[in-house]
Ligand binder design. Sequence first.
Ligand code: CA
Length: 540
Amino acid sequence: MKKTLFILVFLNVCASGGQIAVNQLGYYPGQEKTAVVDAPYTGSFLIVDHQSGATVFEGIAGEISPSPFSGKVRTRLDFTSLESPGIYHIITEQGMESPAFRIGDSILAPLASAALEAFFLQRSTPGHPDTVVLVHASAASPDRPEGTIIPSSGGWYDAGDYNKYIVNASYTTGLILAGYEKYPRYAQNRQLLDQVMYNLQWSLTMQDPADGGVYHKLTTPEFEAFIKPGECKKPRYVVQKSITATLDFAASMAQAARIYKNIEDYAATAMVMEQAAEAAFSWALEHPEALYNQLRMNEQFSPAIHTGAYGDFSAGDEFFWASCELYLTTGKEIYLKKAMEYAPERFSAPTWGNVSGLGIFALLTHNKATGLMKEQLVAFCDSVVSLAGGAPFASSYGNSARDFYWGCLSESCCGNAISLLYGFSQTGNRDYLIQAYYNMDYLLGRNPLGYCYVTGMGTKSPQNPHHRLAHTDDIPGPLPGFLVGGPNPAKQDGCVYPSDLPDECYLDVVESYASNEIAINWNASLLHLAVALQELSPLL
Ligand code: CA
């Protein structure tokens, strides 16, 4: 009788819907599998084959947890023991249902492919050939006075705009290649190397051959409007050489030289990169004051530059990352000495402005990290894992207002997960591994809004990212494979958001650059993490 009733209720409520949040790409068979009902719920639930409707699993609702930000209450549904490959959805007695999801062996491989392909879509040529780039007054040197024309072709557009920034580009290739070195057997790594080389070859053009210093960025004075690349007419400049750009360049070139020298087609370029890295490091040692301060630059030089500053007033972490990579590539003790001089006092997940984590990753991968560095990483991982207790969405990410800011899904959600996996490699602590997958679950749909925050993936994903290239291409919808910034209660874009809650303050409109832009560094996090979780999935 009860079963009959259940079926009747089920038939009745299928149409009414209701939200159950899942990872919309799915789960590996051995993974801890959780879905979250967006309500307090105490009944049973079914998992059914998405095609036939046949029941494959029956479970009872689990932990009920309040939101840290509101009176909302959520309920976890655990179905870890369902391991059979297939496509399913969840339904409850009361008619709520989930989007379809898979259980299978290669769940995140399509995501990794899309995240990698996004870098191809983000290429700046042919839209901006950059064969005529002006040396800005701030970047003038005896060999290249103001107005000198240099070519600086290639490279990725940085984000939703059309400019190219060395700090972020170097960080991006650095984070991707860190993943390559850690997971060298990943099937698509050769394609990954080709994509990254495209940007590295542009970066080489940003170094002044006369002294080794590196221009901070290649940019128009103001952001272009939302127009097609071919309609852009503003002049493009290389601006002031900066210590952060030069050290990030040195780090990424040293890292790339070490990796590409083993690839036959790229061995000659690798030698050039190693020399470029050492020349850049020497320039940095001689110019410790050369921090990029756009306001001050605009007081002295014209035209004024108002595009992304990537301003960063601490270059100690850049010295550390560059020293680590140069030491690992050249074996020279001078770089090891510098690395120890600038070693961080605690571990932090890498960001474009604090790159010390990339230095730690490199040392860990090459078994050169000190005992103290490993202890600091473990302390970080333990503190991250501790945040998951009682979490409505099971993940360590998303339980504090501090988790939501501009670019948070990359810097915090992905960055913490990537760091947890380095911790897992060191310790074998499975809590680190599980929580890394949980953060990806959050990113791909198991979150308050039920969004899969990667364009073109899952069943509910951003349609209108702040992305000039996608918005002007005359093709409906976004370019696929891009991670958006995510919920951001600071709302710097002045848009009207439907919610002020930290974890729901997201708006899928083109104007929302504070929550809905895309960026190469964010996709580097996504790509690294997707590759890592795919490669580690046999250990689940
Ligand atoms: Ca810094």
